[in-house]
Design a protein around this ligand. Sequence first.
Ligand code: DLL
Length: 449
Amino acid sequence: MSTTTNAPTTSVSVSGLQPPALDELDPEERLSRAEIETLQLERLQQTVAHAYEHVPLYTRKFDEAGVHPRDIRSLADVARLPFTTKADLRETYPFGMFAVPMSEVARIHASSGTTGRPTVVGYTKGDLERWASLVARSLRASGIRAGMKVHNAYGYGLFTGGLGAHAGIEALGATVIPMSGGQTARQVQLIMDFEPDAILCTPSYLLTIADAMAEQGIDPRSTSLKVAVLGAEPWTNEMRHELEQRLGLDALDIYGLSEVMGPGVGNECLETKDGPHLWEDHFLPEIIDGDTGAVLADGEMGELVFTSLTKEAFPVIRYRTRDLTRLLPGTARPGMRRMEKITGRNDDMIILRGVNLFPTQIEELVLGIEQLTPHFVLELTKEGRMDALTVRIERHPDLSVETCEAAAVVLAQRIKVHVGSTVVVQLEEPGALPRSEGKYKRVYDLRNG
Ligand code: DLL
C-alpha cells in the first residue's frame, strides 16, 4: 500500500482564526501523558467492572476468556480482554448491551448499516453531558468560540451526527443553526442570509454545497464561513487543501462512531491540522493487527480499537472499529495521542488482482492533478475471470476535452505507479455523477449481477 496517503500537512490558519489559549482548554486537555495514563487506568478499571457486572454478553465473554475485572492492574492489561465486534451488537439487538435500566436511558441512536440489523446505542443523561462537552472541546480545538454562529448540516435523527454536533455547539455557547442534511439550495440560501462563522457536515457534502454556490453565481470564497468541521467519512489532506482553497476557510477533521459515542471521539487542532487528537481522558485507543488481533506499537498501521472509559449506558470494551490508521504522539495537546487521518475502513478495501487499494489513495492522486475535478466514483466489474476497476471522473467544465483527457491518462499512470494497479479512467460530463448528501458512496461493486 502507498505510504504517501494522508501525510500530515503543516498548516497555517486560512481564515485567520485563533486556536484556543491554554486557559480556555478543559483541565484534562492540559494533563501530562503520565497524568492521562493514571486517569485512564482508574477509569478503565471502573468501566471493565461496570460492563462485567451489568452486561451479560461481557460477563460471558470475560468468563470464557478466563479474565476478571480485578486482573486489570495496568493499562497494558486491557489486551487480556476479549474484543467486541459489530456482530456482538447485532446478536444482542436491540438493547442487550445496555448496562443501565431503560429508565435511566435518556436517548437512543442507531447506525443504519448497509446490511442486516442496525446497531443500537444508548446514553444516560450523564453520557449526553459528557458527549456534548467533548463535541464542544472538538469545536473549540477547531477555532470555534462562544458567540459564533454554526450551521449544522449533519443529518438529524437516529444518526449521531446531527444531534451530537447540535448539543456540542450549544454546550460551547455558540449559536446553532439546526439545518440537517439535504436540501442543498436551501443550505446555500441560509448560509448567505444567516452568515454563519462555521459549518459542520461531511467533506463530500461541503463539496456539493460549494458547487451549488458556484452554480448560483456565488463565489464560495465570499461567504461568512471561516471554518468547516468535517467528518463521518474518510477524506485526505489533499481534499482538505481543495476545500480550503475553494471556500477560503479552515477545514478540520472530526472523528467518531456511534458505537463508541458519536462525533467528537477525537478532533484536529487548528494550530497543527495533523490528524485528530483522541480525547484519551474518555477513550482508550489501541491499534491491532486486523488478522491476528495482536496489539501493535504506536506508529504502526492497523485497525483502531476503543475501550470507553466513562460511558454508563453503553460501555464498550475493545470495540473493533474496522478503521485503519496509526497512533502518533500528541502535538497541540501533548498528553493525548493523535491518529493519522483514517485511510479507510477494512470493509472499503478493494482487492484488485491481489493489490489492496483504498478510495482515499485514489482521492489523493486525483486531487494532485489540477486539471481533474474531485468528482469521481470507483466501479468494480468482472472482465472474464479478472476484476477490473474503472475510475469514473467528471471532466473540468472550464477546460478543453483534450486537456482533461490528457489529465485522465496521467491519473491512470500515477495509479499504476503509486498503487500498483492498472485501472481504466473514464471521463464523464460535468454533473454526470451523483452528488453527496451526507456520507458519499464512492465505490460501486458491480461484480455480481
Ligand atoms: O459517522 C459519527 C460522526 C458524525 C463522526 C459526524 C464525525 C462527524 P457512524 O455513522 O457510526 O458515526 O460511522 C462511523 O464513519 O467508523 C469511520 O469509518 C467513519 N468516520 C467517522 N468520522 C470519520 C473521519 C459517525 N473523521 C464511521 N474520518 C467510522 C474518516 C470517519 N472516517
